[in-house]
Design a protein around this ligand. Structure first.
Ligand code: NAP
Length: 337
């Protein structure tokens, strides 16, 4: 690999902004790609030194032209139900790596099912769902169960102090009308409506929260590489109410890095018989921390610190404990018991 050009698709989106700044911080070169020339040109005024390239998911040639001299596509353009397939096809044609941020279970499941065989024959790493929802719980679960060859139960609890969603989050929620899946008795199954609200005690500052069963793409990624009987995700009900309220504003920056005041906590509890392991993460701003995870993944792939190939997830392809421990506590606090 001689080039460190990294394509960011959907470059003028909110999360993409964190990704672009993080790429620059590492000394690599982002290439700003998206479907809208006017929005790309506006972004150019913030980053005059960077190249902008227009490419549409409907036109494979435009995608190949935009990505041809890059080594990675970081797909920040959701709904990923729409964008993942054409971008992965381009990545495979060009033998470059692909990461997306999908919280959408169906998108991640389809990527595993459709591309695993083909990607295994090539050199591209394809990592769907490497983000706050999906990737972080996958890494925490993988770190928690590292020395176990089978696991009874993985319970994930995600707490947010509030959720001011981006337009992309709202549109993705509307587009993702598929039944949510849980993992029960060793297989993916539609989530039934009979789950009760539960109380969860997070570490400060969130403390006690009411939680509802709401699985994201981590159910798919974890079940693909950990031998486990049951996986369930709970989510804080206050944040669900925020996102269901059409008047909730988009994220507002309160620090110099553009992060909002939103606090998050993710607890993962794994059990095997009477043994129990807990892995926790906490920090600020789910959109900003997504970029932290993506950039660490890019760095590790560039350095060859990988233990799988083809379509995979963060917890499988990287040493999860090492990955999580290497993150700066300014970005995310990790505790592994
Ligand atoms: N899993 C997670 O934890 C996590 C974290 C962060 C973000 N995300 C997801 O990432 C996506 C982006 O989020 P965001 O917060 O950055 O939203 P955003 O600021 O609204 O940006 C959305 C971006 O996606 C592009 N886009 C949407 N549909 C497209 C299509 N069909 N073709 C090309 N570009 C398209 C938009 O371009 P236009 O303006 O031209 O439409 C824009 O660049 C959402 O799906 C969100 O759910 C997930």
């Amino acid at each position: 690999m001689t080039s460190h050009k990294i394509a960011v698709y959907g470059a003028y989106g909110h999360t993409a902004g964190f990704v672009i700044d993080s790429i620059l911080h590492r000394g690599w070169t982002p290439v700003l790609v998206g479907r809208n020339h006017i929005k790309l040109s506006a972004l150019k005024s913030k980053y005059p030194q960077l190249e902008i390239r227009v490419a549409e998911i409907e036109t494979p040639k435009s995608l190949d032209n935009a990505f041809k001299d890059t080594i990675f596509i970081i797909n920040c353009a959701g709904p990923f139900l729409d964008t993942a397939f054409p971008l992965i096809e381009s990545a495979l044609r060009l033998s470059i790596h692909y990461i997306d941020l999908s919280a959408e279970q169906k998108s991640v499941l389809d990527v595993f099912e459709f591309f695993s065989e083909k990607a295994a024959k090539g050199d591209s790493m394809i990592l769907p769902g490497l983000a706050f929802y999906g990737g972080l719980a996958d890494l925490l679960a993988s770190a928690a169960v590292a020395a176990w060859d089978n696991v009874d139960n993985i319970t994930i609890a995600i707490g947010l102090s509030f959720w001011q969603p981006t337009l992309g989050t709202r549109l993705t929620g509307q587009r993702n009308h598929y039944p949510r899946l849980i993992y029960s008795k060793g297989r993916l199954q539609p989530k039934e409506d009979n789950y009760q609200e539960i109380n969860w005690n997070f570490p400060p500052p969130l403390n006690a929260m009411k939680m509802t069963c709401l699985p994201f793409s981590e159910i798919i990624t974890i079940s693909k590489h950990i031998r486990v009987s049951d996986i369930l995700t709970y989510f804080s009900t206050n944040a669900l109410e925020d996102i269901r309220n059409k008047d909730t504003p988009p994220p507002m920056a309160v620090d110099t890095r553009g992060r909002s005041a939103q606090e998050f906590r993710v607890d993962v509890i794994a059990t095997r018989g009477i043994e129990k392991r807990i892995a926790r993460a906490g920090g600020r701003d789910i959109y900003a921390v997504t970029a932290v995870l993506v950039i660490e993944a890019v760095d590790r792939i560039m350095k060859g610190k990988t233990q799988a190939k083809g379509v995979s997830s963060a917890g499988h392809v990287f040493n999860a404990c090492d990955f999580l421990k290497s993150l700066s506590s300014d970005d995310i606090e990790i505790s592994l018991d």
